[in-house]
Design a protein around this ligand. Structure first.
Ligand SMILES: Nc1nc2c(c(=O)[nH]1)N[C@H]1C(S)=C(S)[C@@H](COP(=O)(O)OP(=O)(O)OC[C@H]3O[C@@H](n4cnc5c(=O)[nH]c(N)nc54)[C@H](O)[C@@H]3O)O[C@H]1N2
Ligand SMILES: Nc1nc2c(c(=O)[nH]1)N[C@H]1C(S)=C(S)[C@@H](COP(=O)(O)OP(=O)(O)OC[C@H]3O[C@@H](n4cnc5c(=O)[nH]c(N)nc54)[C@H](O)[C@@H]3O)O[C@H]1N2
Ligand SMILES: [Mo]
Length: 756
């Protein structure tokens, strides 16, 4: 229930608010001419593929197939502001550490390759040749195992393939990706239980499903174009059930900004039939409750000769059902209610939607993956779907909504610290080398290595690693102890302000900018959340004549680092990306056959998924039921004064890129330094609205971590849970606080105390 005192936005998602959001950025960013043309072609076949989220780019697209956030991302990239060497001549790097994330990126596009000058404590312009040879020289002198090659999920399939190849030719599998902070739980859990590391639904499934269960994914902010098929589904009678501690407006109601009637009449569509405010970390218990209801209904049905469970599917296609059934039956409702924070009644009502639906899709996001027992969250969600054969049938499926626009694709073409997921034998044959076979470093391992001094070099292909990771205080201190740090980026961010002995900041083209190489303008490709591959072609004039493409930068560094090898042709590949697509096809012939010919397939080409065909590449050869050992996903015990902190994104940010200070959908304006708390918790803690407080870590390691200056803001949240913004609260997350199987940092239930 919403509390009267709660700050909240009563408007729907989409609607006029989203248009105002776009026009505000338009005013602020002075985008280059031609930006409207770019937006008109955004996410359409033969057009440019947005750099914001990984939502699909359908063949039967809308007139404008971009959302508020996609438009913001494009405008942010096509700004006329420039961050030049003159800017750095006026500001030291130490001084810039006091700037906000917003202000750093607001300086505009980076224009020149830059070297960090320690004496001047600032960046100075250098030549590309200087940068490449200095980086190559340093990498050659280091043990390859001590270097990390991070990627943030945006770079194309072509660049990503070559980046991963470079790391392996150099001698390591140290290829962590933003996915390691995000959906790595998915890659590990789904691989284990259904034998495929990605979701099984495709876009068309949304037109035939009868129910959609949402766990911890915030569609309105993070994948707004998904609201269109959702709205259509609701209109044809599909029921939506949401589990989320926060009442997110996008999952409550929406107005389609592309429908003149809806815009003029204010007619909104109610999205969720049931909205259950589960406790942060309470999903294993909530899912257990749903499964318990399904079993109870099956017992009833069986007495009259019917069945709720899909017994044929369970018998033929799954493993360990009996043990799972026993676990569900023996778990008492009181425990489920306690751990989920939900009543039996509410869970039974939601469970009944599942029982009655013939075809169900399970959607999830960071609410499930960023938990200490995130693996079990996903295992339980799959359990629920398996009970009624809701995987591998039209209109069904398990469907993680991926984050960065090409994060899934980067994993597909080899950016992975897990050598067993990469066809190393084939690479060895193609490029005549011996590939490293030892496991590489995840994000958490890389952080550990930087802290203990074993990691000596860090190359960042995009992203804002230092700001996105946990344990930010200690990490910022340790970072400068590295020998070499290199960041390939479009805009200045906090990670560029912590530098190793030798440090370079290399500016690259954005995806909306024309990429001219020897063979002419180049196409790049990306993979969306439904495993569809899309070509992207960009026409805007680059922000500076000194920029290079990401692919050319990777090739430039690789060439200076590695010994010559006639099978490795960096210049040829840089001159013509279609040759890199040929390499991808040769490496993954089943998924990427006829790659160059299929680049502009409307709606993308589907690279397939075995689990969708009910082929289970698991240990048992069947889909696995998972038996969680605990009902709480939070991974720590509750105690007096300890809260579960949820770190949230607003619709006015893309990860660490903060466009502005308007969290329109949650009604929080003008500041991000807030502590969201239910009015009853505020009273219980003896606080008052508007009071400025701090948060300190309450992890059992006893280590001091603190963030201050947070204004207590009443907000509709379950008891025991408080919330604030990512990345500002990242210093509070211990490095050891991560999913037990995948090491994804557990940013959605962090143990903290309030300090007054
Ligand atoms: N505008 C915008 N779009 C984005 C991004 C962005 O920052 N801004 N980031 C992109 C990236 S990289 C990613 S990974 C995706 C992330 O997109 P999402 O997966 O939606 O991630 P979050 O917004 O971090 O969290 C999702 C939801 O989980 C809920 N939640 C928190 N704890 C729990 C819990 O214990 N249980 C349940 N059931 N729910 C919980 C939160 O209230 C929130 O609504 O979005 C992508 N798209
Ligand atoms: N507490 C907490 N922490 C989290 C999360 C959370 O929910 N809570 N979410 C996690 C998740 S899901 C993710 S994905 C990570 C995100 O971590 P990252 O992917 O590392 O971070 P971003 O903020 O997406 O990176 C932004 C920077 O990317 C650069 N950039 C933008 N476009 C381009 C481009 O086209 N090319 C190149 N080379 N650079 C470009 C710009 O310099 C910009 O400043 O954060 C994680 N951290
Ligand atoms: Mo992400």
């Amino acid at each position: 229930m919403a509390d009267q005192d709660t700050v909240k936005y009563d408007g729907p998602a989409g609607g006029w608010g989203s248009l105002r959001g776009i026009t505000r950025i338009f005013g602020k960013e002075w985008p280059t001419p031609g930006v409207l043309d770019t937006l008109a072609h955004q996410n359409k076949p033969g057009g440019f593929m947005c750099t914001s989220c990984a939502w699909t780019k359908p063949a039967n697209h809308n007139a404008f197939e971009f959302c508020e956030n996609g438009a913001k991302a494009t405008l942010w990239e096509l700004t006329t502001r420039r961050c030049t060497p003159d800017f750095f001549a006026k500001h030291t790097v130490s001084e810039l550490r006091d700037w906000t994330d917003h202000d750093l990126e607001q300086t505009g596009r980076l224009t020149h390759p830059l070297r960090y000058d320690r004496e001047l404590d600032t960046y100075v312009a250098c030549s590309w040749d200087e940068a490449f040879s200095a980086i190559g020289r340093e990498l050659k002198s280091l043990d390859p195992k001590s270097a990390v090659f991070y990627a943030s999920g945006r770079a194309s399939l072509e660049t990503s393939y070559l980046y991963a190849l470079f790391a392996r030719l150099y001698g390591n599998n140290n290829l962590p990706d933003s996915s390691n902070m995000c959906h790595e739980t998915t890659s590990v859990a789904l691989k284990k239980v259904i034998g495929a590391p990605v979701g099984t639904s495709v876009y068309e499934d949304f037109s035939t499903c009868d129910a959609i269960f949402f766990f911890g994914q915030n569609t309105g902010s993070n994948s707004p174009r998904f609201l269109h098929p959702l709205q259509d589904a609701v209109k044809r009678g599909c029921r939506i059930v949401t589990f989320n501690p926060v009442r997110e407006r996008g999952l409550e109601a929406m107005i389609n900004p592309q429908s003149p009637t809806e815009m003029l009449t204010g007619q909104e569509t109610q999205i969720s039939s049931y909205y259950l405010q589960v406790k942060a970390g309470g999903d294993i218990a909530a899912l257990m409750g749903l499964c318990k209801h399904v079993l109870a209904k099956d017992d009833e049905a069986r007495s009259s000769g019917r069945s709720v469970l899909d017994r044929d599917f369970i018998d033929q296609h799954t493993h360990d059902f009996e043990a799972f059934e026993q676990l569900v039956r023996s778990t008492p409702w009181e425990q489920i209610e306690h751990e989920s924070g939900l009543t039996r009644d509410a869970l039974e009502q939601a469970g009944q939607v599942y029982v009655e639906a013939e075809r169900v899709i399970g959607i999830y996001g960071m609410g499930l993956t960023q938990q200490v027992h995130g693996f079990d969250n996903i295992g339980m969600f799959v359990n629920l779907l398996l009970m009624k054969g809701n995987i591998g049938r039209d209109g069904t499926g398990i469907s993680p909504v991926r984050g960065h626009s090409n994060v899934q694709g980067q994993r597909t073409v080899g950016i992975s610290e897990k050598p067993e997921l990469v066809p190393l034998d084939r690479l060895e044959e193609m490029f005549g080398f011996t590939a490293p076979r030892e496991k590489g470093l995840t994000t958490v391992d890389a952080c550990q290595g930087i802290l203990d001094g074993t990691v000596k070099a860090f190359i960042g292909l995009g992203g804002n690693f230092v700001r996105a990771i946990p344990e930010q205080g200690a990490m910022e201190e340790a970072w400068p102890r590295m020998r070499l740090t290199v960041q390939i980026a479009t805009k200045l961010n906090r990670s560029h302000l912590f530098n190793g002995d030798i440090a370079y900041l290399l500016p690259c083209l954005g995806r909306s900018e024309e990429d001219l190489q020897e063979a002419g303008p180049q196409i790049v490709t990306i993979e969306d959340t439904f495993s569809c591959i899309h070509g992207s072609i960009a026409k805007r004039k680059p922000a500076s004549e000194h920029l290079k493409s990401e692919l050319a930068i990777v090739a430039g560094i690789a060439k200076e680092t590695l010994a010559p090898n006639p099978k490795v042709r960096w210049d040829e590949w840089t001159g013509d990306y279609s040759k890199v697509r040929d390499l991808i096809e040769a490496t993954y012939p089943d998924q990427f056959h006829d790659f160059n010919a299929r680049v502009f397939t409307p709606g993308g080409f589907y690279r397939g998924n075995s689990a969708r065909e009910r082929i289970w590449k698991t240990e048992s050869g069947k889909a696995e039921f998972t038996l969680p050992k605990q009902l709480s996903a939070a991974g720590f015990a509750d105690s007096a004064g300890r809260y579960r902190l949820i770190t949230l994104r607003s619709n006015d940010q893309f990860n660490t890129t903060v466009y502005g200070y308007s969290d329109r959908l949650r009604g929080i304006e003008g500041t991000r330094s807030v502590l969201l708390m239910s009015p009853s918790e505020i009273r219980k803690a003896g606080l008052r609205e508007g009071q400025v407080v701090g948060l300190s870590s309450d992890a059992d390691d006893g280590r001091k971590r603190y963030v201050g200056g947070l204004t207590v803001t009443p907000f509709d949240l379950p008891n025991g849970c408080i919330a604030g913004y990512y990345p500002e609260l990242n210093p509070l997350i211990p490095l050891s606080h991560h999913d037990q199987h995948s090491k994804t940092p557990a940013s959605k239930a962090v143990p903290v105390q309030i300090v007054t």
